[in-house]
Design a protein around this ligand. Sequence first.
Ligand SMILES: [Mg+2]
Length: 407
Amino acid sequence: MKITDLKYFVYAPNATLPWFFVEVHTDEGVTGLGECTDYRGTPLLADGIEALKPIVVGADPAHIEEIWQRIFRYYTTFSGRGYISHLISGIDIALWDIQGKVLGKPIYQLIGGPVREVVPLYTHIQDYWYDGVTIDDAVRWAKETKAAGYDAIKTDPFKWQGPRDGDRHWGAYRVEHLPPRAIEEAVEWVGAVREAVGSDYELMVDAHGRFDVASAIRGARALEPFGLVWYEEPVPPESFAALKEVRDNTSIPICVGERLFTRYDFVPVFEQKLADYIMPDILWTGGISEIKKIAAMAEAYYVRISPHDALGPVSIMAGAHVSMTTPNFYRLECLHRWFDDFAKIVDPMFKVRDGAIEMSDRPGLGFELNHDAAEEFRMDPHLVNAVRTAGGTNWRKMQGARRKGAR
Ligand SMILES: [Mg+2]
């Protein structure tokens, strides 16, 4: 079998984010589905997948590790991480989908087999940083989420401290400093959520890599009474020295990793004991092949893994296959309010019951993109950022810019 083509599709049935899908086509008619959605990288991803064609077309799709290494080393001057590991992830997941289809097995049966019966999820309530959100909203959302069967919630309780000028100045507010009132409000927010869900419920706080060291430490110490599972990305991801300073000054377990790419970025996290949980993103860190390796590294340090997932339907399903096989797994992230949007474009939709995914025994990932149904949501990847910049974070404005994509 030989790879004959790579294709990409950008579909936006979701009001928050357009999803970037990759298909690997073969000369035997078997097609693999992948995804490498990024919040702002959509035009780069489209160009990157195009550029990979001469490197990947003609290869045997069963040679997954060889293809992974070939792309990674080809772009060694880009460090292979970040942008390049996004591209690799989209291809890698599609190659595993092909292998599953060829062998008639779900992916989790090819990468070690199950160590659990279902994949427990955690989900979100809306973060406090959004305009107009109140603590009463948080209490209502937390109760609704618990009642819907979810056993764990993550939230960002810290109000926005930087300039708000739509998407154009996304980078301008970093690094933020937290004034005393913002920390008091964060305590009120988390306290109200804790009271709403009860003392035995799992709660996580995400700081989204926004803060200077002093703010991150003060925020952590203020939240210590609430029995949090973890405090996520307290400082921006570039400095392990800054992370260590926060780590050394709070008793809350630390989680990092959505902006660390490939096993190499995780070496300092383990060697310097910087985190209790890691959350690599399967679409960004190098796909199924890479997250399995990172999970094994974490296992050797008795660190648990909880794949980051705030992207499209392939993201969560690829993460679920890995999570089925990973002994040191905690929970898989999800945005459960997006499941209805997934169901508009994949067939069949995966099953969620009691806050957990029940895996099917269908081969490969277990679903296909329904291109006919998705057609009305298709976007030109090169228009995405222009629309986003013009429309700020009101993503619904983007719908007017749907154009024929590069199918
Ligand atoms: Mg996060």
